[in-house]
Design a protein around this ligand. Structure first.
Ligand code: HEM
Length: 505
């Protein structure tokens, strides 16, 4: 069962905004507030994020919404978000959707409260699993999984069939994290339907989101039972995976599971407990694929819709990779334009669309809004990333050139945060970016992408974002004959950055 605050039934970590924001009354809220219920008229409970974004456009850079007596503060103004990034005064807040995932992910890295000792322990043990050397080790496996995808797409193309982009990207990213992190093969490309692990994961994410939109969790009794079955399935899958590794005595070559099972903390000598390993494996299998598959799917949508941008990215791939059958690790970071396509995709559709920050002590946000210790706010990334004051009057337009180095330097800090901020920023950032750049490069090199002219982008929400029912037709390109130009071959790869600190800045 969810950890609940005694007496309120709410997830631990929830503090009502009335208690934390002494001047809450000054913040705007949507019109037509209903007594007791709050801002519930016209709410679409299947797309709470997009609903909130619609309000944000009218209400401005900081506002509040109330649902069934619970009030939340949302923030997106550049000066406010920059202030919230100050690690000395603010920290991650585990609330709402993230807290609802505690029954499945417990004190795993993503859902751990800041004070829980297992966060630092796991962070220190697992962070080296994302350094440059570790990433180089994953590259060959990433290529092998991408090969499964292109085999699958070649067959679809030869049969004249459309491809199911989100479905296939989910298969790809699940296999990638399962193999690189845990030496496990889910056989996703050999299945007609999603792997039961994916079905259980989608079930728990959707349930965690729904919990926020009902006054009493007790109303979801049938859904709660299904959720328990989903969690049991996730646990069973992970327990089998760990048991296989332990009993086979196989060496995972220093993969994430090896680190979880064998590595002790460099200073304290402590190890992760068996229960914590279970939480971490689930965390990484879920966090390690869901958001990346969304990012790849949105990117393919934009590339299909903007043939001129696809052509430029493809020309770069042909030039940098030439006719190398299998691009090497360093050749991926040289795909600067492809990477900018991804950056721009995550600007418009940050697939983890919000994260929460809480005040460490009583403070005044941006010198204007008093907050008590523990008060928190949700940062609404799609609005942070579409603020005309930062991104210009054409902020809604897809334009990868916004991520040219000069343009990036000209923008204030903390205006682009798809991977979160500070100590609790995404540990898998480099992993996601390497995998996604590699796969886009391989797909651009192999296919022309043909959109369905009738398709209109709709976005599914289950805490993360994904384009709904996106299908594409493919045309095979003939193999490129270009050889890499000496300049391209020698272009320095992007500087390897710390996978965690400074991420998203
Ligand atoms: C495009 C892909 C991805 C996006 C947009 C993304 C986004 C994020 C964001 C915004 C956070 C911070 C959440 C918060 O503050 O509450 C986060 C944390 C995290 N992400 Fe990612 N992520 C991605 C890929 C990955 C991958 C590939 C992995 C693992 C291989 C991963 C593992 C994690 C973990 C474990 C955390 C928690 C870190 C901590 O609190 O110490 N993510 N991610």
């Amino acid at each position: 069962m969810a950890e609940r605050t005694p007496g309120t039934g709410r997830p631990r970590g929830f503090r009502s905004a009335e208690l934390g924001w002494p001047e809450l009354e000054r913040l705007p809220h949507p019109p037509r507030r209903v007594p007791l219920l709050g801002d519930v008229l016209g709410v679409d409970r299947h797309s709470p994020l997009q609903d909130t974004v619609r309000h944000a456009r009218r209400l401005g850079p900081i506002f509040r919404r109330k649902a069934f007596g619970r009030e939340f503060v949302f923030t997106w103004g550049a000066d406010l978000v920059a202030d919230l990034a100050d690690e000395a005064r603010f920290a991650k807040h585990v609330g709402l959707g993230v807290a609802n995932l505690r029954p499945v992910a417990g004190d795993g890295l993503f859902t751990a409260y800041n004070h829980e000792p297992n966060w630092q322990l796991a962070h220190d043990v697992l962070a080296p699993g994302f350094n440059r050397e570790a990433m180089q080790g994953y590259h060959a496996m990433m290529l092998a999984v991408a090969g499964r995808l292109t085999d699958h797409w070649d067959r679809a193309q030869a049969a004249g069939l459309e491809v199911d982009v989100p479905g296939d990207m989910t298969k790809l990213t699940l296999e990638t994290i399962a193999r690189t992190g845990f030496g496990h093969d889910f056989g996703s490309f050999e299945r007609a339907r999603p792997h039961p692990f994916v079905a259980a994961m989608v079930g728990t994410l959707t349930y965690a989101q729904r919990l926020n939109s009902v006054p009493f969790p007790q109303l979801l009794r049938a859904a709660a039972r299904r959720n328990e079955a989903d969690i049991a399935h996730l646990n069973r899958t992970v327990d089998e995976l760990v048991r296989d590794r332990r009993t086979s005595g196989a060496d995972g070559g220093g993969d994430l599971l090896d680190r979880m099972l064998e590595t002790s903390h460099p200073q304290t000598g402590e190890r992760l407990s068996a229960e914590n390993v279970r939480r971490q494996v689930i965390t990484f299998l879920v966090a390690g694929h869901e958001t990346t598959s969304g990012a790849l799917s949105f990117a393919l949508h934009y590339l299909a819709r903007h043939p001129e941008i696809a052509a430029r990215a493809r020309a770069e791939v042909d030039q940098v990779w030439g006719d190398t059958a299998e691009p090497g690790y360093d050749q991926v970071a040289k795909l600067r334009h492809v990477r900018r396509v991804l950056d721009e995709t995550l600007r418009l559709w940050p697939t983890a669309p919000a994260f929460a920050r809480e005040a460490r002590e009583d403070t005044v946000l941006a010198g204007v809004h008093p907050m008590r210790r523990g008060a928190w706010t949700l940062i609404l990334l799609p609005m942070v990333h579409r603020d005309p004051a930062v991104w210009g009057a054409d902020a809604e337009r897809f334009d990868p050139d916004r991520f040219e180095a000069k343009a990036v330097r000209s923008r204030p800090a903390h205006t682009y945060k798809p991977f979160g901020t500070g100590a609790r920023a995404c540990i898998g950032r480099q992993f996601a970016l390497h995998e996604a750049t590699l796969v886009l490069g391989l797909l651009l090199r192999r296919y022309e992408l043909r959109p369905d002219p009738a398709y209109r982008l709709r976005v599914t929400e289950r805490l993360t974002l994904m384009p709904e029912r996106l299908r594409l037709r493919l045309e095979r390109r003939s193999a490129p004959v270009t050889v890499p130009s000496p300049a391209a071959a020698e272009a320095p790869a992007s500087e390897p950055r710390c996978p965690v600190h400074g991420a998203g800045d």
